[in-house]
Design a protein around this ligand. Structure first.
Ligand SMILES: [Zn+2]
Length: 397
């Protein structure tokens, strides 16, 4: 179809979809009318419907968009962002729905698949049309049977049809004709939390360290996130770990520059300390912290008023694993599983191999038990929010 003036149509569609989902998606900027150049790159914008959960946010080009660990994909929708005004064509897509075979081609965020039955998608095809097809290629792959398929392009089939294998994720990338897609973005940008289901915030203090990456990989494999209260002077030593943490949606947070007792610092020294952590994090990963955890859990009135000026709350915990003391994975696992409840904040330390070992068991097990593994900010957002300068140790109902 023609997109002349259709940039507006896309905006409206995308806005309607986002409003319907009750969430904000990253909508790229679009060209103004009158044939001006696009201000955003031409890219695929897409979302998946997760059985039993709902639509993800629409994600950006070349993102590995994965269904929640307990779910899979039953429906797909996509469009093109950043298309120059006046350029004809769009992204068309077709799905193979288990039990129904290949459905009709769809485009412009129309739904391909089902949102009211449990039947999974087994395969997908995509193609560009109009002038877009002359200038760009579309590459795509699916997560099936635990692995991402090789990328295919321009109408080829991604996925194995007729074998009862469900699709658990989809990745789409538009490239200038003849170019190859870059490295995919790692984590599902589309994330849907169900506020009616239990949530737990795993938190890791005193890192980053060489153990942190294992914890991140396990979280990613299980569709979970966690919060990392980092000691500022360690951040620059683990730039790739910290960048990955941020890219996958985990929450980087402050544990002061060098793990000092904040009740013994003057306000000026504390504020300078927290700003130094933020400046370092911003230089490494482009973001600043929104939370802090006082070393040792020590906080008092003057420290709280300083935190209020800094605009951050103090985050304590409701489950203390004592992992730093026992250095024993089984004891850490038991400390969590024996008492965990909806709304808990769990304290661990990503300095120790025994803690990473424990996390490798806890993360899939908590997920299996129905807990959504969320950041502290996500948990708070669903449970009444936080106020800077106050302290929080749990978000129970
Ligand atoms: Zn600490």
């Amino acid at each position: 179809m023609k997109f002349g003036g259709g940039t507006h149509l896309f905006c409206k569609l995308a806005a309607a979809v986002c409003a319907a989902a009750g969430i904000f998606a990253a909508i790229p900027a679009y060209a103004a009318d009158g044939g001006e150049e696009a201000v955003a790159p031409v890219q695929a914008v897409y979302g998946i419907y997760q059985n039993g959960i709902g639509w993800t946010e629409n994600t950006e080009d070349n993102t590995c968009l994965k269904a929640h660990a307990d779910s899979y994909v039953t429906c797909f929708r996509a469009s093109v962002g950043g298309q120059p005004a006046g350029m004809t064509g769009t992204l068309a897509y077709q799905v193979n729905l288990s039990g129904s075979g290949w459905l009709d081609w769809e485009e412009n965020l129309s739904q391909a698949g089902t949102t009211d039955s449990v039947m999974p998608l087994e395969a997908v095809r995509m193609k560009l049309t109009g002038e877009l097809a002359a200038l760009y290629d579309v590459y795509y792959s699916v997560l099936q049977n635990g692995a991402w398929s090789e990328s295919v392009m321009n109408g080829q089939t991604a996925g194995t049809e007729g074998k009862g294998l469900r699709i658990d994720g989809i990745r789409v990338a538009l490239t200038v004709k003849g170019a190859v897609p870059g490295e995919p973005k790692l984590m599902a940008a589309g994330r849907v939390l169900d506020p009616t289901k239990p949530m737990v915030a795993l938190t890791f203090d005193d890192g980053p360290s060489k153990e942190t990456i294992r914890i991140l990989e396990c979280l990613e494999a299980n569709g979970g996130r966690a919060t990392f209260f980092m000691v500022g002077n360690r951040i620059a030593s683990y730039p790739n770990t910290v960048k990955r943490m941020v890219d996958m949606g985990c929450e980087p947070a402050s544990h002061t520059w060098e793990h000092r007792d904040i009740t013994r610092l003057s306000e000026a020294v504390l504020l300078t300390d927290l700003t130094r952590v933020d400046d370092t994090l911003e230089a490494v990963a482009g973001v600043r912290t929104r939370l802090m955890r006082p070393p040792g859990g020590a906080v008092n009135g003057p420290a709280k008023s300083a935190l209020a000026k800094q605009g951050v709350p103090a985050i304590l915990w409701s489950v203390d694993t004592k992992d730093w003391k026992t250095r024993n994975a089984n004891k850490t696992i038991d400390a969590v599983l024996s008492k965990v409840r909806d709304g808990d904040i769990v304290l661990m330390h990503d300095l120790y191999g025994s803690t990473a070992d424990a996390a490798a068991v806890l993360i899939p097990e908590l997920t299996r038990r129905g807990y959504q593994l969320v950041t502290v900010s996500e948990l708070a957002a669903y449970r009444g929010g936080m106020t800077p300068g106050l302290s929080y140790s749990q978000f129970w109902h």
